[in-house]
Write a protein that binds this ligand. Structure first.
Ligand code: EZ4
Ligand code: CO
Length: 409
């Protein structure tokens, strides 16, 4: 089999997505996701200008060789643009291989290790009644594990809080990227956040009881000592995890957090290689790996990363916000089903327009996702529908403190 074409499709139903479609001389096609929120056109150019010419004529079955060739032959390694582009190629090749085998991808990865994939959704509220309503809505939608984000008195716009409850089904809950030429400015105050959050979890626990798995995303805003204090303060509320408590660019900084708290820690949605985790995993400084298949070099690299984590009893918590396309999401579900050290899968549902462009076969019921039984990853792209939604500039917000200093968002 030979690759005869590779097309980069940028489409914007509800939000921007970058998809690579690889076509073979045997008529089998494969899809890969290379969406990088706010930097979509850079990945599209990396693929179209520098990767597609390398793919034509190659044997699509040689996935490991193609991965190593793209990673090493560029000379310039790592980084989110490069690794998203490599991921797009890698997932498209796995899609082709599984279609050629006539099997769903998870079968090629070793077969199912479980019946379904536990997923968590994003509840949020500007105050406790709104937060409780949002949690109840998520329970009604079938979620059995819930991320809790809340407004903080004195801060105008906080990450993870939907400005309006979504009732029309168009938007699942919180969508951080905004369609505009420039990124929006938000505000932040870590002391106000640290004072407010434990009381919110106390209220949620007393309303919903001890069993419901609850998660929280600190979104890179704390220093190690602040994170240590928050983890300790949240211990009575038995979190499933506290995510991105620091930016973790200094992996050793997590030693300080670990010394002070037994709250489980999840890190890595902005990471893109196993090297970003070396100290975190080897010293057991985290409990969950947050990498996305889309941002960490695809199935090939994620499998190695998660096998490394497994040796340290560290589990998966694959990133699954709306900026991962249905293609990237489906790829993650096949991996989730196959690996032994599965933890949980983030699942923020896509809007109606996205579902028109990407025809998916994965299912969600009673808290569990399943990738389905179609050969390949199980997602089709309707190119005519995609063409109806051209790219629109959209950016994630950024933060400033009260005195005007830029802060991590
Ligand atoms: O802010 O994917 O845990 N999920 C997250 C996401 C990220 C977005 C950034 O593009 O932190 O909502
Ligand atoms: Co996050």
């Amino acid at each position: 089999m030979k690759i005869i074409a590779a097309d980069v499709i940028v489409t914007s139903p509800d939000r921007n997505f970058v998809t690579l479609k690889i076509t073979t001389d045997e008529g089998i096609t494969g899809l890969g996701d290379g969406t990088l929120n706010g930097r979509e056109l850079s990945v599209a150019s990396y693929l179209a200008d520098h990767v597609v010419p390398l793919l034509i004529g190659r044997d699509p079955h040689r996935i490991e060789d193609t991965w190593q060739f793209l990673y090493r032959s560029a000379y310039w390694r790592r980084g989110p643009v490069t690794m998203a582009a490599i991921a797009a190629v890698d997932v498209a090749l796995w899609d082709i291989k599984a279609k050629a085998a006539g099997m769903p991808l998870y079968q090629l990865l070793g077969g199912a290790s479980r019946n379904g994939i536990m997923a968590y959704g994003h509840a949020s509220g500007r105050d406790l009644p709104e937060l409780f309503d949002s949690i109840r809505r998520h329970l009604e939608m079938g979620y059995r594990s819930i991320r809790v984000q809340t407004s903080v008195p004195g801060i105008n716009a906080v990450y993870g809080v939907a400005a309006q409850p979504s009732v029309d089904g168009r938007r699942y809950d919180y969508e951080p990227a905004q369609r505009a030429a420039l990124p929006a400015e938000e505000d932040w105050d870590t002391r106000a956040y640290l004072r407010h959050l434990p009381g919110v979890f106390e209220a949620v626990r007393s309303e919903f009881g001890p069993e419901l798995p609850l998660l929280h995303d600190g979104h890179h805003r704390m220093t190690p000592i602040q994170a240590a204090r928050l983890g300790k303060a949240l211990e009575p509320y038995d979190l499933f995890w506290l995510e991105d408590c620091t930016p973790a660019e200094n992996q050793e900084a997590l030693r300080l957090v670990r010394r002070h708290t037994t709250t489980p820690l999840a890190i890595g949605e902005v990471f893109n290689t196993v090297w970003d985790y070396q100290t975190l995993i080897r010293e057991q400084l985290i409990d969950y790996v947050r990498s996305a298949v889309t941002h960490t070099g695809g199935i090939t690299a994620m499998r190695k990363l998660l096998d490394f984590a497994a040796q340290y009893q560290i589990k998966s918590g694959i990133h699954g916000p709306t900026d991962i396309s249905p293609v990237g999401m489906a790829a993650a579900l096949h991996l989730d089903l196959a690996i032994h050290n599965f933890g949980i899968q983030e699942y923020m549902r896509h809007g109606q327009a996205t579902n028109e462009v990407f025809r998916q076969s994965f299912t969600f019921s009673d808290g569990y996702l399943h990738p389905g039984e179609l050969p390949g990853i199980g997602v089709d792209l309707d190119e005519e529908a995609a063409a109806r939604f051209p790219y629109q500039a959209a950016y994630l917000p950024f933060n400033r403190l009260k005195d005007g200093t830029v802060h991590d968002w």
